[in-house]
Unconditional design. Sequence first.
Length: 357
Amino acid sequence: MWNSTKITQLLGIQYPILLGPMGGSFSTPALLASVSNAGGLGSFGAYTLTPEEILQADKNIKAATTKPYNINLWVNDVDKALMNYPQEKIEQIKQIYKPFFDELGIPLPDLSADIPSKFEKQVDVLFEIKPAVFSFIFGIPSKEILNESRRLGIKTVGAATTLEEALALEEAKVDAIVAAGFEAGGHRPSFLRPAQDSFTGLFSLLQQLKTKIKTPIIAAGGITDAKGIAAALTLGADAVQMGTAFMVTDQSGAHPVHKEAMFSGALNHTTVSKSLTGRMGRMVSNRISEGIPFETEVLPFPLQTKLIAPLRVAALEQNRTDMVSFWSGQNNSSLKHHNADELMQELIMETGSILNR
């Protein structure tokens, strides 16, 4: 059977289709449940949440599904550069964005570099709620955290953008590795080299990993339909992880304007930019990403997010979508499903039809 793989056996799911763990309110219990209840693995991106918010989200998830699901956190959730970051540098970089704020008629925000990491406290809560899967990006948790996950029966899944990172994850004995291709939307989760030095496409990365590692592999990046799933599995992936195709569904927490833009039929050209959060991510090109060259210094993560947040709010209120950053993978021209349940059923049926020929 096409759907019986190392990943389905490892995670106790029926189909090797995983929901990308989108953070920043994109994930919802309803979206997670649509994927898990259909036999895949639903995911919830929790890196922005407080421990209390994670607990509440988990209550809502458990009310929506009894099937396995994944909670995703960021190992490195605050850039080291923020430590002792000079206030004068903050004010200098704010001035780069002042023309955009002026155009929308809003003031620049007051910012402080004092932003503590939430990761360890988030992990404590994760061990309390015990999801079937704990996935993470931007690094590898400590041996103590990984050992406790094993003791509690929680499967661990790390993300790699290069073979070097995959080898490091395998050495740490994670249960599965996401091969994060350059095509993927959202943040580029590189952790051993700068993201701009880790631009490997998914199919090349998959073949590199299959040659050198034994850990089960989950393919992510530019997969939006059954043909993409079939291609990834044929190249040796044990499952796929999909973000953009689910992000535009009704069950997603993405802003309605974001969804409308993705379904508009417009040429939603994507680019990689640091302008939204301070870390490289793939999004639909807009005036800010085009007006702020990649080499321009921006504030460290997540301080850059706090700078851009009021600009995004004002732009949406004023219908200035040319100043709103919409996350998206490269393959966004054939999105058609507004309902996650219908998308899952089509993916299951059509992938089976292709692979069982």
